[in-house]
Design a protein around this ligand. Sequence first.
Ligand SMILES: [Zn+2]
Length: 165
Amino acid sequence: MGLLDALFRSNEILGIAEETLEFAIESSEAAHPREYMGFLRGTEADRLGLERDGLVITDVLVVPGTETNSVSATVKTNQIPNDVKALGSVHSHPNGVIQPSNADLDTFGRGSVHIIIGAPYRRTDWQAFDSQGKPTNLNVIDVELPETEEFFDFTQADIDEDLRG
Ligand SMILES: [Zn+2]
């Protein structure tokens, strides 16, 4: 399975890996009272042992240079690597209000699922939203995650190889 196949074969998001969700919640708590912000990346379900098409969110990419304070996180978009295809975003609301702000709604158009995690960062203190900012159901899936290097080892050479087939 090549990288480009993994990116384009199916855009359906089946859910988020339980481990990934827990990581994001723990990271949000660690960042408090500052806002935590990251992008969501996925892995093909069949690579995780699920016998179906689609993607499972398995990874949170925190962009270098993200500036956060208690009310907002600003991402320097030129810091986002070109080879990263984000399915959506995750960020925290240290004030505990688990609803998109107007500024959030402006950015939700990029990507299809956006998670907001709120203080006090319990396991249930989160909600997924669609690109319109409407609450959406996101399954939490108990899967074994592959070795992390598989996620981060993509290089231009890999992509070129895929393009050659
Ligand atoms: Zn927000």
